[in-house]
Ligand binder design. Structure first.
Ligand code: BGP
Length: 463
């Protein structure tokens, strides 16, 4: 067992998926509040009602022995219109949450932005406008001013790569245009603004709050070639660059990944930049790399493609690669491949590319858990999933990877990005479903008791 002393065991949530109270105490609307959820899935207005249950929920996290709790701040609770007036009740709420964590010795780890752009900004054009850089920097300044002295760990943007590659599924505004190349350009223009915003915020953090640590939080997972045919290997390198390295090369080294750059250039889709942008990106340095990991993916060269058109950058790019399923991996009930060894491979790869400490900010299994009559939830499949991943993380650490913490998704049940409340991830069951708001009572799942032992033994007892 190789987990270092002080290893940050904990769990994650995001504001828009857990808090609810979407119109309470002066909160403004975010893009998540106005989107139409897929049929049969819950709206994001009540969620797990963490807003009213945070004391109880954090007490349960403390009972599990959490060393950290990673949560996000809703931009619209702090600045209801995205810019302008600060909402004192929003500040108060998050100060209460932070204080409650400290009460139990839990380190709060805050994501500044987790998929919930203020609708007022989206209406003006959102991240497509250069002004979005200043808007995010302004919001981050408010967060540092109020919470910079009580929160040590900060994450800038959750899964910027997923926002870029599948914004329409997440509900954060897909770009639309009849011309595919124009769509591509707009997509990467937004991405450039996020990269610039992140760079400035990392710099601001280090200048003004030298005791704080900050990093990006993309979703990183290795892309495998479907065979050892050189064309498949090149296809895997292409998708690795587009899915993963673009985001970390920019955040850590301040450079644009050359494979992505040449692909954008070929399609006349290079983002517009201002003088000094690339220099600013180079000046900003993260203290660690936070990343979310669920599964690897597998690609084949486009040359062997059949007629199927990829629908998104996540499925493939005509002429380059297409995503295929991996015949060696089992799947969850929701069809997600399960690949613990891929987790280890991903940790190794990130560490050998960037040599920065890593923080795992999401990893977990979504399932339709059943609350038994005796109030128990036997989520053995989740225990199995987490155990297998922890074993591989342990190996990666013993092979020299620096890992600071592990924060599974999710600390408590919450609403999935697009598959509703029935797709549960938590250690703590919340009594509601997609149609009916139940008692909202909290129940400890079997994984709750299991994870408690894992934390108490610093990862030694995984039984
Ligand atoms: C990540 C997001 C989370 C979370 C998780 C599980 O991409 O950061 O917000 O939702 O995935 O995904 P899903 O909810 O689609 O099952």
């Amino acid at each position: 067992m190789s987990f270092p002393d002080g290893f940050l065991w904990g769990g994650s949530t995001s504001a828009y998926q857990s808090e609810g109270a979407s119109e309470e105490d002066g909160k403004g609307k975010s893009v998540q509040d106005v989107k139409e959820p897929p049929e049969g899935t819950a709206r994001f207005d009540i969620c797990s009602d963490f807003y009213h249950h945070y004391k109880e929920d954090i007490a349960l996290m403390a009972e599990m022995g959490f060393k950290e709790y990673r949560f996000s701040i809703a931009w619209t609770r702090i600045l209801p219109n995205g810019t302008g007036n600060i909402n004192p009740k929003g500040i108060k709420f998050y100060q209460n949450v932070i204080d409650e964590c400290h009460k139990y010795g839990i380190e709060p780890i805050i994501t500044m932005f987790h998929f919930d752009l203020p609708e007022a900004l989206e209406e003006k054009g959102g991240w497509l406008r250069r002004a979005s850089v200043d808007e995010f920097v302004n919001y981050a300044r408010v967060l540092f001013n109020y919470f910079g002295n009580s929160v040590k760990y900060w994450l800038t943007i959750n899964e910027q790569n997923m926002l870029t590659m599948q914004g329409s599924i997440i509900g954060t505004g897909a770009v639309e245009d009849e011309d595919e190349d124009v769509c591509l350009k707009k997509t990467y223009q937004k991405n450039h603004h996020m990269l610039m915003a992140q760079a400035r915020v990392m710099k601001m953090c280090h200048t003004n709050f030298p005791d704080c640590k900050i990093g990006p939080a993309p979703n990183i997972s290795l892309v495998y070639p479907v065979t050892c045919k050189p064309d498949d290997v090149l296809a895997a390198q292409d998708f690795n660059a587009i899915r993963n390295w673009l985001y970390l090369d920019a955040a850590v080294k301040g450079i644009y990944n050359p494979i992505v750059w040449s692909y954008l250039k070929k399609h006349n889709a290079l983002p517009e930049m201002e003088n000094g942008d690339l220099e600013e990106m180079k000046e900003a340095k993260p203290d660690f790399i936070a990343f979310n990991y669920y599964n690897t993916c597998c690609v084949a060269s486009w040359k062997d493609a059949n007629e199927l058109e990829p629908q998104s950058l996540m499925q493939g790019i005509r002429g380059m690669y297409r995503v295929v399923s991996n015949p060696y991996l089992p799947k969850t009930a929701f069809g997600w491949e399960i690949d613990p060894e891929g987790f280890r491979a991903t940790l190794r790869e990130i560490y050998s590319r960037y040599h920065l400490p890593m923080m795992v900010t999401e990893n977990g299994l979504g399932a339709e858990d059943v609350l038994e009559n005796d109030g128990r939830i036997h989520d053995t499949y989740r225990i199995q999933y987490l155990r297998d991943h922890i074993v591989q993380m342990d190996k990666a650490i013993s092979e020299g990877c620096e890992v600071m913490g592990y924060s599974p998704w999710s600390a408590i049940d919450l609403i999935s990005t697009h598959e509703g409340f029935r797709k549960r991830y938590g250690f703590i069951y919340v009594d509601r479903d997609d149609v009916k708001i139940g008692s909202m009572k909290r129940y400890r799942k079997d994984s709750f008791y299991w994870y408690k032992k894992v934390i108490a033994s610093n990862g030694a007892d995984l039984k």
